[in-house]
Write a protein that binds this ligand. Structure first.
Ligand code: NAP
Length: 264
């Protein structure tokens, strides 16, 4: 029987999604989307460094370990320019190398644009954009040497839309989309793929106030073609795909996981 038989083909394609022997760093994985991504990467076989800000992402690491996976928990405040290098060194010591980097950590601060404090602007830009560049640059060094690597940036609907009272967030997430393409161009020939995922309205703590606001919740649901909030697992599945060799010919892409919001 040839390799083209249906059963052999199915096994072959599923094999491409597995991450056994790979190591990953997921920033902001104590909660929400990052936790779901870290757990999903571990389910696919990767050893995962679970990063948290205010505290190490120990609960996420414990969930992975309890299920028989391999995880370490660490913390770093990415609002400081020195943190990315310390974090990458810490992960490299713990896991040996970084094959998959998921830049998920993000923060949002709301003010009227006309009175947006510069300190808050700098914090949002540092956490959401500059640290993404620093972490990518540092992790890519090893990836480029080995001729293999995956970087996944978590963008936003506000990579495309402007939002209201969130100018720093919109600017940072627009920058994440452009940075994704810039890095993808430079590193594609060295077999390092850089892609982004743009989540729509996802059910996390970050959006709990919106979910609880009856009027806003109804308006949002009416606008989403799929008619429901996204679940963290919806995003995690996309992350496993972009972390795996199944996506080796995809780079510089921004994958919308938004229930159709941007298509409308
Ligand atoms: P979340 O639960 O608030 O997660 C954000 C994570 O980023 C937290 O783990 C947080 O850690 C970390 N973080 C915040 N400030 C940080 C800092 N200074 N240094 C290091 N880490 C920091 O929200 P989420 O919804 O899962 O968001 C995850 C990503 O998806 C973010 O980039 C967000 O912009 C993006 N996103 C979310 C949605 C949505 O609907 N939920 C939509 C579009 C985009 P601590 O809790 O320890 O501070």
């Amino acid at each position: 029987m040839s390799d083209a038989t249906p059963s052999a083909t199915a096994q072959g394609i599923l094999q491409k999604f597995q991450l056994h022997g790979k190591t990953a760093l997921v920033t902001g994985s104590a909660t929400g989307l990052g936790a779901a991504i870290a757990i999903a990467l571990a389910q696919a076989g990767a050893a995962v460094a679970c990063h948290g800000n205010r505290r190490a992402a120990q609960d996420t690491a414990d969930t992975i370990t309890a299920a028989g996976g391999h995880a370490v928990a660490l913390s770093a405040d990415l609002a400081h320019t020195a943190s990315p290098e310390a974090l990458i060194n810490h992960v490299t010591e713990a896991l040996g190398q970084i094959d998959i980097l998921v830049n998920n950590a993000g923060t949002i601060i709301r003010h009227e644009a006309v009175e947006f404090p510069l300190d808050d602007w700098m914090t949002v830009l540092q956490v959401n954009l500059t640290s993404v560049f620093q972490l990518s640059q540092l992790a890519a060094k090893g990836m480029l040497e080995r001729g293999e690597g995956k970087i996944i940036n978590i963008a936003s609907l506000l990579s495309f839309q402007g939002g209201i009272r969130v100018p720093a967030y919109a600017a940072s997430k627009g920058g994440v989309a452009q940075l994704t393409k810039a890095l993808a161009n430079e590193w594609a020939a060295r077999n390092v793929q850089v892609n982004a995922i743009a989540p729509g309205y996802m059910r996390t703590d970050n959006t709990s106030a919106l979910q609880a606001d009856e009027t806003r919740n109804r308006q949002i649901l009416e606008r989403i073609p799929t008619g429901r909030w996204g679940e963290p697992e919806d995003l995690a599945a996309a992350a496993v795909f972009l972390a795996s060799s199944a996506s080796n010919y995809i780079t510089g892409a921004i994958l919308n996981v938004d229930g159709g919001w941007l298509a409308r």
